[in-house]
Design a protein around this ligand. Structure first.
Ligand SMILES: [Fe+2]
Length: 408
């Protein structure tokens, strides 16, 4: 059924490549999804793959012949190039950003500060809807200009602002990228981003307190958590928000695919796709963010968690779409290459398992004076493992990898 197994030959993992069709607004597109698992987990992964019609759309290519061709293309090994890797020059202090606009990272941080003010002062705003939409629009424009920087900022911009507000920005970035990949219309993307930015307005102070908690939450706190979607909608309606698509995102962002969520216990197709996109983004971003009581998960651990632990409650087609958008090694992930070098995933490479990596630490463990760009599809430079910042023992500023657009 549109699936095949290949040994990827680099990670000691079995790769399962799946080809599915995804029809959106009468448009068919092939979607390559790479699911990964250790051999012992394969059976479990196999069980969670979507095999049912999705929102009334058949999940897998109906034509076996077309599937076979598509699979053979998608599972084909990238050609192993033997050309020598050339160093590239690290941007220096004198390079200037394009004069027409501010750097992408700075604009994301400005959106975060504006959002923080709005969320905590919403009852004083004469036109809160316009102000929130203005922030959402500016964030969308920044992400359009620098999707790699926006994704990397989720991992490497964690000291910016309060956790509760930064989490909403991170969630909005991931939700926007997934929505865009699903060909959502601009007004729908705006509603999704606005929904993600305001999803926790009903428990902002509580969210900040709970993220630092080691002990179990009380019954009162649990009740407040369960009430925050409705509380958020009430706050937004009082502030003049009338967009029902946006309000639905806030009201339903904790509903689960299997009906185990809150506040209504809706399931499956009774949850709008826009809301499911936010729910997935919320889960991913929470996992890769560090909390005071635990370290952040590596992106690959977060994806594995969502595929395995959350497979009942997150729509697997959306997880697949996110992997398609972000790759198996999302931008910003710190990796060790087969060469022994350590670097940061700078963006997409020759395929979803072979990202472009900016090497920061050479084979001798010494920090390089200027980063080297590696195509990890080249023999000898494949990704061997993903590392945490502490494991890698390297600190860097985002502009050193992504240039002037990544200056805060
Ligand atoms: Fe929430």
């Amino acid at each position: 059924m549109g699936q095949t197994l290949v040994d990827d030959g680099r990670h000691g993992l079995l790769m399962m490549k799946t080809v599915s069709s995804y029809r959106h607004r009468a448009r068919n597109c092939l979607m390559e999804t790479t699911f990964f698992a250790k051999i012992s987990q394969f059976q479990q992964i196999d069980e969670i793959l979507p095999t049912r019609p999705y929102n009334g759309v058949q999940g897998f290519l109906p034509d076996p012949a077309v599937s076979a061709v598509a699979i053979s293309v998608l599972t084909m090994r990238p050609e192993r190039k033997t050309m020598e890797q050339r160093p590239i020059e690290m941007p220096d202090e004198t390079t200037v950003a394009p004069p027409s606009r501010q750097p992408v990272l700075r604009r994301i941080n400005e959106a975060q500060r504006a959002l923080e003010y709005l969320l905590f002062n919403v009852d004083r705003e004469a036109d809160a809807q316009a102000r929130f939409l203005d922030v959402a629009g500016k964030l969308i424009a920044a992400v359009e200009d620098g999707p790699d920087i926006a994704l990397a900022a989720i991992l490497h911009n964690q000291d910016e602002g309060s956790y509760a507000v930064r989490h909403c920005i991170d969630t909005a970035v991931v939700a926007m990228l997934v929505a865009r990949a699903l060909d959502k219309l601009p007004h729908q993307i705006l509603a999704i981003v606005a929904g993600a930015l305001t999803m926790n307005i009903g428990m902002l102070h509580k969210h900040e307190q709970l993220q630092g908690r080691l002990n179990a939450i009380s019954n009162d706190e649990l009740a407040a958590i369960h009430a925050h979607p409705q509380e958020g909608v009430d706050i937004l309606r009082r502030a003049g928000i009338t967009d029902e698509e946006w309000l639905d995102c806030v009201l339903l962002h904790h509903e689960n695919e299997d009906g185990s969520g809150y506040p209504f216990g809706r399931s499956g197709d009774d949850i709008p796709l826009n809301v499911k996109i936010i729910a997935l983004a919320d889960r991913y971003c929470a996992r890769v963010s560090s909390r005071s009581y635990r370290r952040s998960l590596l992106p690959i651990e977060a994806l594995r968690d969502i595929l395995l632990a959350d497979h009942q409650i997150v729509d697997p087609m959306l997880t697949a779409c996110f992997i398609r958008v972000a790759g198996m090694y999302p931008t910003g992930a710190v990796v060790r290459l087969a060469s022994g070098e350590i670097g940061v995933v700078a963006g997409k490479g020759s395929d979803s398992t072979a990202p472009a990596v900016q090497v920061l630490v050479g084979v001798d463990g010494v920090l390089l004076a200027a980063p080297l760009r590696r195509d990890t599809g080249v023999a000898g430079f494949g990704v061997r493992e993903m590392l945490s910042g502490e494991q890698a023992g390297v600190r860097f500023r985002m502009w050193q990898v992504w240039g002037e657009d990544a200056r805060a």
